[in-house]
Design a binder for this molecule. Structure first.
Ligand SMILES: Cc1ncc(C[n+]2csc(CCOP(=O)(O)OP(=O)(O)O)c2C)c(N)n1
Ligand SMILES: [Mg+2]
Length: 679
């Protein structure tokens, strides 16, 4: 849908140049003052940004989270100076003082854009290619939201997703994966604008890059448009064409010059990441015919931006009114809309999830998770997700939900579906999941083998930084993968996920733990969750007197207990049942053993010290930890007097039972180690 340009009078050439130059000079002066930052991209993209923000972007500075706003994702986050200038000029709560505090401690204008920090910033960006891929996820979420909340007469979803990106984003592999997915999904609501300046830090892109980007994107199913990125009418024509394209994502290849306006540094890599210097700023101002003081903006520029923002205010007011009418006209669809916005905890959610796996007997936690997911899918229609081509292995199928994608592209596929076949694109999907969650209408989950978590890690880290409750599901969580061998057997992945600050890792050990892990992920998590699941069957754990499933969400609780234990065995996931078996033998031998299942270190460490010390029998018992991965990180519990049992070397190709024997993951071997420790 095209924004009605009649509502926003076109600026005459002089005014429109002033507006673009205001963006340039605010960025340039802020960077100069901070003596740090990236002026080249803001100067080069200012013309595009001006036309996009004043004539196309539907947004309301007074309501930065209006659900039907167009999204703007700055994938080349180093151009943050441009984004802050746009937000300030448009009238967001970002003052000229804030602009002057660029990159300073606790300012609203950090070095790279940070979501939930600066009003109007949609995504935390900086690692190149991530923002573009998030935008793909946002466009997918918007498509689904539209499909499930609209009828022929009205849709509450009219927004588009705009993203700007540079050569760096274009070269990154993640972009290829996400762009491929976007083309396949025919995301007509997605418009990417490529700052095609052919300069990066090292120099001209010809040093390292000779792709035919336009041909590549065409081949991926995109609509492509080339334009002069400094000619405002050419930019507007390109945006008209892109916004009118309904069936394909659009890529505008905007030919620009990095550092446009600077007489000596334009078109050089030197202007990418260094302040211009006072002398060059004066020469630039002369060239741009910009007589103003640093941070001074002429009134007519503010007026124009603010007039344009009024368009967004009216749009939002009209939308809000239309929603009121629609609420009474289509109460069912409206209720669905509210579900997506509020994501309430369904009544009886917890008991339904627990019931889904009750009496499952010995089963792999991935299978238990699969059972839980069927109930989850019915309870929470705002959940969307799938697998990176490991649906049967990850047990992620949502049997009743339908496949998400263009209507009828393959049998069973529709925009209303909730199951995402991500293809073999872990990097891209991880960022797409974040984008879907960022969109605000969905909570996204996605699965692969634990060993390939490394392919998702950059987006997992960003999810944690953004406090995004994306759910990363990893099955085949130990060497017990068996015959596939060391390439497929995770060892360092568990520890490496745990060190992502703000990530909650859950490695359930049985049916109850699996159900509660999902409950936590969906309804309690305030940030991303990694759900680690076994390939092999695990036995149901014994539960001591007084146990309730809520104990699981304390992160650790006793499954075999005794007072005054001399040894506390701490284990996670599949190793808890080994610990229980070892405890039986040790108890028979007269030892006093407590077994603690610890599905989540993070949740346990957030309990009171009193609870932690009591459970670990601090100062009284020796702590033995067991986990089928590197021992790093477990010393914090085992200390100098305890023992850490793990796997500090790569695995091998052999049947799982043989590996368990060879690597000492049998109750017999564990019992012997504990006896040796005690004697
Ligand atoms: C994943 C990732 N790798 C490297 C960087 C460091 N980096 C920041 S900008 C940049 C060059 C980007 O070139 P381009 O997108 O063309 O930006 P321009 O110089 O045109 O502003 C690099 C390598 C990064 N931010 N993210
Ligand atoms: Mg560049």
């Amino acid at each position: 849908m095209r924004r009605d340009s009649k509502m926003v009078p076109k600026a005459d050439t002089k005014l429109s140049m002033s507006c673009a130059n205001a963006i340039r000079m605010l960025a340039v002066e802020a960077i100069q003052k901070a003596n740090s930052g990236h002026p080249g991209a803001p100067m080069g993209m200012a013309d595009i940004a001006f036309v996009l923000w004043t004539r196309y972007l539907r947004h309301n500075p007074d309501a930065p989270t209006w659900p039907d706003r167009d999204r703007f994702v700055l994938s080349n986050g180093h151009a943050s100076g441009m984004l802050y200038a746009l937000l300030h000029l448009s009238g967001y709560k970002l003052s000229i003082e804030d602009i002057k505090q660029f990159r300073q401690w606790e300012s609203l204008t950090p070095g790279h854009p940070e979501v939930d920090h600066t009003p109007g910033v949609e995504v935390t960006t900086g690692p190149l290619g991530q923002g573009f891929s998030n935008a793909v996820g946002m466009a997918m979420a918007a498509k689904r939201l539209a499909a499930v909340t609209s009828d022929d007469s009205f849709s509450p979803v009219n927004h588009r997703i705009f993203t700007m990106m540079g050569d760096g984003c274009m070269m990154e592999g993640i972009t290829q994966e996400a762009a491929s997915l976007a083309g396949h999904h025919q995301l007509g609501n997605l418009i990417a604008i490529y700052d095609d300046n052919q300069i990066t830090i090292d120099g001209p892109t010809s040093l390292a890059f000779s792709d035919n980007t336009e041909a590549r994107f065409k081949a991926l199913g995109w609509h492509t448009i080339t334009c002069d990125g400094h000619n405002h009418e050419a930019i507007a024509r390109a945006l008209d064409e892109a916004t009118e394209e309904a069936d394909k994502p659009s890529l505008i290849l905007a030919k620009t010059k990095i550092g446009w306006g600077s007489p000596n540094k334009v078109n050089t890599s030197g202007i990418h990441g260094s302040p211009l210097g006072r002398e060059e700023i004066e020469l630039t101002k002369a060239q741009l015919d910009w007589p103003y003081e640093p941070f001074q903006v002429p009134a007519e520029v503010y007026d124009y931006f603010r007039t344009s923002a009024d368009f967004g205010r009216r749009e939002e007011a009209n939308w809000t009114q239309a929603m009121e009418t629609w609420k009474s006209k289509a109460p069912k669809l409206y209720a669905r809309w509210e579900l997506h916005m509020d994501k309430p905890i369904p009544s009886g959610a917890k008991s339904a999830l627990l019931a889904a796996v009750a009496d499952s007997g010995a089963a792999a936690t991935r299978q238990l998770s699969g059972k839980v997911l069927q109930v989850v899918a019915d309870q929470t229609p705002w959940l969307i997700g799938g697998s990176a081509d490991l649906t049967p292995s990850n047990s992620t199928a949502l049997k009743s939900a339908g496949i998400f994608g263009p209507d009828g592209l393959v049998p069973g596929m529709s925009r209303a579906g909730a199951y995402l076949h991500g293809g073999i694109r872990e990097h891209g999907i991880a960022a797409v999941l974040n984008g879907m969650t960022l969109h605000g209408s969905h909570r996204a989950f996605g699965g692969t083998f634990l060993v390939f978590a490394d392919y998702m890690r950059p987006s997992m880290r960003l999810a944690a930084m953004m406090k995004l409750p994306t759910i990363f599901l990893f099955s085949h969580d130990s060497f017990m993968v068996g015959e596939d061998g060391p390439t497929h057997q995770p060892i360092e992945q568990i520890a490496s996920i745990r060190i992502i600050a703000g990530m909650t890792l859950l490695r359930p050990a049985d049916a109850d733990e699996t159900a509660m892990a999902w409950y936590y992920s969906l309804h309690e998590a305030k940030g991303p969750v990694s759900l680690l699941l076994t390939r092999q069957a695990v036995k149901p754990l014994p539960k001591p007197a007084g146990y309730t499933p809520d104990d699981i969400l304390k992160g650790a609780y006793a499954v075999v207990d005794t007072d005054k234990p001399e040894v506390v065995i701490l284990a996670t996931g599949s190793e808890v049942s080994l610990a229980v078996e070892a405890a039986e033998t040790l108890t028979k031998a007269g030892k006093k053993i407590r077994v603690v299942s610890m599905p989540s270190q993070e949740l346990f460490l957030s309990q009171s010290k009193e609870y932690q010390n009591r459970l670990l029998a601090k100062g009284q018992a020796r702590v033995v930890t067991i986990e089928a991965g590197v021992t790093q990180g477990w010393q914090r519990f085992a200390g100098d007097t305890g023992l850490t049992i793990g796997l500090d070397h790569y695995g091998a190709s052999a049947p799982a039972e043989v590996l368990a024997e060879k690597f000492g993951f049998t109750s017999k071997a564990i019992t012997e180690k504990i006896l040796a420790l005690l004697n």
